[in-house]
Write a protein that binds this ligand. Structure first.
Ligand SMILES: Cc1ncc(COP(=O)(O)O)c(C=O)c1O
Length: 400
């Protein structure tokens, strides 16, 4: 049958991750995958979650198996509200909306605010989920040039002015960004919020990684600067407690919740047993202490990857030292053909993500780097992958 696809899908194309995945499936035993941005299951509190779940079925089983309300189970909302209040969020003014993962939040935001032809701004290198969210509502995603510490403020103001008529919101992942690993400094967070006030647009603050700080230092979230209700803050337990349970949440101005709920359509009902299990887990465990442990786990693996890169790769290929999160950004010389290197590495059984796969404008701003992920591969596999990368890159660059 010839399917009459929706026009938004006609501009969709398979992602690089999918290409690697298909190749990796056929080479499962030998493939060294640094491309997939998954948290390590070894960091998840399995014993505590098992207990929280067993207690929930024993004491609350019938409620768990019934339908739940739209914004989420109040037990879970109460625990997350306490957590966010303890982190300095204004929970008098704001409320929690539980999401089936924070990725869903991007679709929800685009559905709520964007009509066809509207504009979403993001950093030039951004999580591809925002490209999908924009495409599905017919909005235009426009990338803003970046500095070494994230979005360039002059370029941002210029792009705001160029698109002021249709601009709906700015998408940012300010802490341990995927893919660039950068953390926006406080002065930029403040300046961006002031621009949003001056030009009257919203900010979508995507924050799945800030709790993975290696040194327990957390910068003030943009949402905590928000006096107008113009920041929609999305976070997730996927990198801390479980990715498979699919729990994310919004912190949003109370007046906004009804619109976000309405635009979820049929996708808005969350799994009740999961929400009640999370509520039990949070009530009986110290999630902040757990986050510190997870950060320490990743810190050690990140340093191992940096050491291997320095040992095996040509000196012109330079890693950005990670300070949190699960990714490492590797800068490579501009003269390299990234697409060619990406395929050579893949055929040598190493999966990496080239920068152009994240670019809002890959034709004009393909970038000169690769995103590598150190969370799931073993130390041994990280070393083997770096040896292979070193060989391929040295051949290509003619360096020793
Ligand atoms: C920047 C960013 N935002 C959102 C998500 C979605 O995460 P989840 O839906 O599991 O909460 C991811 C997942 O990797 C991500 O990297």
């Amino acid at each position: 049958m010839e399917y009459k696809l929706a026009k938004q899908l006609k501009t969709a194309h398979p992602t690089i991750i999918r290409e690697i995945y298909m190749y990796a499936c056929d080479h499962r035993d030998v493939f060294l995958d640094l491309s997939i941005g998954e948290p390590s299951v070894d960091t998840f509190p399995l014993k505590e979650i098992a207990k929280a779940s067993a207690d929930m079925y024993e004491h609350d089983g019938k409620r768990a198996l019934a339908y739940g309300p739209y914004p989420g189970m109040s037990d879970c909302i109460v625990e997350i509200t306490k957590w966010m209040a303890s982190r300095g969020f204004d929970m008098e003014k704001n409320t929690i909306e539980i999401l089936p993962g924070s990725g869903h939040g991007m679709d929800n935001m685009a559905n709520t605010f964007c009509d066809e032809g509207d504009v979403i701004l993001s950093e030039m290198m951004a999580y591809p989920g925002i490209q999908n969210a924009a495409r599905m509502v017919g909005a235009k995603l426009i990338g803003v040039e970046m500095d070494d510490d994230g979005i360039n403020l002059d370029a941002l103001e210029r792009k705001i002015n160029e698109n002021i008529e249709r601009l709906k919101f700015l998408y940012l992942c300010p802490s341990f960004n995927n893919p660039t690993t950068l953390t926006l400094p406080e002065y930029k967070r403040e300046a961006i919020y002031k621009l949003a006030q001056k030009y009257d647009f919203m900010i979508y603050e995507d924050d799945p990684y800030s709790r993975l700080s290696f040194d327990g230092n957390y910068l003030k979230e943009i949402k905590r600067l928000d006096t107008d209700g113009r920041v929609v803050y999305a976070a997730s337990l996927s990198k801390i407690v479980s990715a498979g349970m699919r729990i994310g949440f919004f912190v949003v101005d109370k007046s906004l919740r009804q619109w976000l709920e309405m635009s979820q359509g049929n996708a808005g009902v969350q799994s009740v047993p999961v929400m009640l299990t999370v509520a039990n887990y949070m009530k009986n465990n110290d999630i902040d202490a757990h986050c510190i442990e997870v950060g320490e786990f990743y810190k050690e693996k990140a340093q191992w990857m940096v050491d291997c890169i320095k040992k095996y790769l040509p000196a012109s290929c330079t890693p950005v030292q990670p300070t949190g999160g699960i990714f490492l950004w590797l800068n490579v010389p501009e003269k390299l053909d990234l697409n060619d290197i990406f395929h050579k590495l893949m055929y040598a059984n190493v999966g990496v993500c080239p920068s152009y796969g994240f670019s809002a404008d890959p034709e004009n701003y393909p970038g000169h780097g690769f995103r590598l992920c150190y969370s799931t591969p073993s130390r041994e596999d990280i070393e083997k992958a770096c040896q292979i990368m070193g060989r391929v890159l040295k051949e290509e660059l003619g360096e020793d």
